[in-house]
Design a protein around this ligand. Structure first.
Ligand SMILES: [Zn+2]
Length: 198
């Protein structure tokens, strides 16, 4: 039996979420049906708002509702250390640990042999400029420990060869090829503290 079209549509929407299969999507759709009007309203508004109000910080690419993110706006943070990673979710993960008080920079597209010069211009060059102009003293790579992550780190390091920047990367306790998304917070905390000069 097929459900009414409206419900089928909602099920297909939920199925677009990562890790949600048919059964879970059905369960979510039925639980939505049981929600009161106000909650459903909140759901739909939040969904729309996330697309219209959330943008990228003009300095670090972190997510924000303003021009600059709360981290870039915070003058009490160490302005001469930048942690480089590939998505805003990881910024949040590191922030939760409360062991790091520097700034961040999100490199959205990893450097690969096929990367276009446009992507380098958009993605890497603003970071290099930021490091040089702000006299950054240390950069910490917290990129994925994959070939792409390593290549990106090597590429950035090369561009900074002539600068007086200490280059470190989080390392210890993180298995090769692991995504820090799946690492427990204690391991990640240790990895930041034990970062190595590369
Ligand atoms: Zn920012």
């Amino acid at each position: 039996m097929k459900y009414p079209q409206t419900l089928e549509n909602l099920i297909s929407c939920y199925k677009k979420l990562p890790g949600v299969g048919e059964k879970t999507a059905e369960r979510m759709a039925f639980s939505t049906l049981k929600m009161d009007e106000e909650t459903v309203q909140l759901f739909s508004e939040s969904l729309k708002d996330v697309k219209t109000k959330i943008k990228k910080c003009i300095i670090c690419n972190n997510i924000t509702e303003d021009e600059k993110c709360s981290i870039c706006k915070d003058n009490t943070r160490v302005q001469t250390t930048i942690c480089i990673l590939e998505d805003a979710k990881k910024v949040q993960m590191i922030e939760k640990l409360k062991v790091y008080n520097g700034l961040y920079h999100i490199v959205e597209e990893p450097v690969t042999p096929f990367i276009s010069s446009d992507a380098i211009d958009k993605n890497i060059n603003p970071l290099i400029k930021r490091i040089i102009e702000n006299k950054v003293e240390e950069i910490i790579f917290a990129l994925k420990l994959t070939i792409e992550g390593e290549t990106t780190a090597a590429y950035i390091s090369k561009l900074l060869e002539k600068q007086e920047v200490k280059i470190t990367k989080i390392a210890q306790g993180i298995p090769h090829g692991a995504d820090i998304d799946y690492i427990d917070s204690l391991t990640l905390e240790k990895a930041i503290e034990d970062r190595k000069v590369i």
